[in-house]
Design a protein around this ligand. Structure first.
Ligand code: MN
Length: 487
């Protein structure tokens, strides 16, 4: 019996965040919207120009390699990958073939095959004939060379992924890593990170892999996951009908939610790779700035390290993920808990109020301002004051939540607000005594019930006292006091 097994490998390109392009001094600026502005004879492929390797780009890819625990190359070279396309003026892309900067490695349980460095192509802009009629470019394809020669990192995984969710999780984790390392902005919507999925379905669990299909033009994680799900189903149906899967490159149509054939895939032989004679090969191991020890010194904390640190503090998995993904919030949390010793209950209390209450407040602000990112509207110092009051039972948990809101709206010191608004709990028995005796006298039947062993009756009396005190009593002290006055 057939047991269809989908297998997925990913190829991910990311534009590096460097000051200049890969082989020339033209500015690397993804946000430049004047077409053909950041160009020079090198990235326009004028004859006779010579490329020069961008050190920063090499360093950034090696650092990614370290973070993935891959093997950094001792020796590397750049190759020409020959093909024709209007957005590739040289007729070849400078890439790496036999000697990638990084081999092996792992992320999110997915093995990495290699990570290499290459240059991006220019971008073709297809304008719609029906829009901008009369415009010179209307209905035509124009080319913007601002992107031509931008440093591009290509990461290839082993075919070890078996579901769309797994593929999505890997790509999201890679994006996070690239952002932590400041390698790339990695916005898929802006094409700064581009994911291609190689998908195959085999007929048996341990049998050979099926014929693979490459899906391109995936401009969001969601799209990538949808395309993978669709493609697995399409290939499985072909196999069920006894037909063959054609090895090809397919595009994704977001409107119909389907993939469509684009071209039959070239083998690497068609590109006729050969080492670029204009560029030197590099003995990386003899360059101090590319040594692992040197690279490690400037390496920031990685997402996995941050997760572990928060895990050690005993935070809930959801809270950990919130802080790891939103580092500004994570940094805020760390500011708040500064000074508490490990295992202090204030740490979990702070996390709880930040990951729930504060996150919600910030999210509402962002929604109101149509997505504009907001800093925390309360300082970590003031937030800490609220945590301290709550953990010392000076204010109730309900009041702590209110106080967060009031501190933001009143822009005042939380202690002053708590005092002005009467949020401090009365914790002294002497101050509570009068109300307690009054409630006991007014409720002889309930008191009788409690004496007869009906436990819940006590909660009714606590509730009555709270009502009289408008909630401003420490419930533990209150409960003890009522009990001692009854029995
Ligand atoms: Mn590539």
């Amino acid at each position: 019996m057939s047991e269809y097994v989908p297998t997925i490998g990913l190829e991910i390109h990311a534009e590096l965040k460097t000051a200049t392009k890969m082989f020339c001094n033209s500015k690397n600026d993804a946000d430049e919207n004047r077409p053909n502005w950041n160009v020079c004879p090198v990235c326009l492929a004028h004859p006779g120009t010579l490329p020069v390797i961008n050190r920063e780009a090499v360093r950034k890819v090696l650092q990614v390699g370290l973070a993935l625990r891959g093997t950094l190359a001792d020796y590397t070279e750049f190759d020409r990958k020959n093909y024709f396309y209007p957005d590739l003026p040289k007729g070849y892309q400078i890439s790496q073939y036999a000697y990638p900067l990084v081999s092996g490695g792992e992320l999110n349980g997915v093995e990495i095959t290699r990570v290499h460095l290459e240059e991006d192509t220019a971008s073709s802009i297809h304008s719609d004939a029906s829009v901008g009629a009369g415009d010179e470019a209307s209905g035509m394809t124009t080319i913007d060379y601002n992107r031509s020669g931008v440093p591009l990192m290509e990461l290839v995984t082993e075919p070890v992924i078996h579901s769309a969710e797994e593929a999505g999780a890997f790509a999201r984790e890679l994006q996070l890593l690239l952002r932590y390392l400041d390698t790339s902005e990695a916005n898929m919507e802006k094409g700064e990170m581009r994911v291609e999925a190689n998908i195959s379905v085999s007929r048996t669990k341990d049998g050979p892999l099926g014929t693979k299909v490459e899906v391109k033009n995936l401009n969001s994680f969601r799209t990538m996951e949808r395309a993978v799900v669709y493609e697995i189903k399409r290939q499985q149906e072909l196999l069920e009908r006894g037909e063959d899967v054609v090895q090809e490159t397919r595009g994704w149509n977001d409107a119909t939610g389907t993939t469509f054939p684009q071209r039959v895939k070239e083998g690497s032989a068609d590109y006729r790779y050969f080492p670029d004679p204009d560029l030197p090969s590099l003995e990386l191991s003899s360059v101090p700035e590319f040594e692992a020890e040197t690279l490690k010194k400037t390496m920031p904390e990685l997402p996995s390290e941050r997760r572990k640190r928060y895990g050690d503090l005993g935070l809930k998995p959801d809270d950990i993920e919130t802080y790891v993904r939103d580092t500004r919030l994570g940094d805020f949390f760390e500011e708040v808990i500064k000074g508490y010793s490990a295992g202090a209950r204030e740490i979990l209390l702070a996390s709880n109020y930040i990951a729930n209450d504060l996150v919600k407040i910030i999210r509402d602000m962002q929604e109101r301002d149509s997505g504009v990112q907001h800093e925390s509207p309360i300082s970590p110092q003031n937030f800490k004051k609220i945590i301290d009051m709550a953990s010392n039972n000076k204010i109730s948990s309900r009041s702590a939540k209110d106080l967060i809101v009031h501190s933001i709206s009143d822009k005042e010191d939380p202690e002053k607000i708590a005092k002005d608004r009467g949020l401090f709990q009365i914790s002294s028995s002497a101050d509570l005594e009068g109300v307690v005796l009054d409630v006991i006298n007014k409720n002889p039947k309930v008191v009788g019930d409690y004496k007869a062993g009906k436990g819940p009756a006590l909660e009714f009396l606590v509730g009555q006292c709270m009502k009289a005190l408008r909630g401003a009593a420490n419930p533990i002290v209150l409960r003890d006091l009522i009990r001692s006055r009854i029995l």
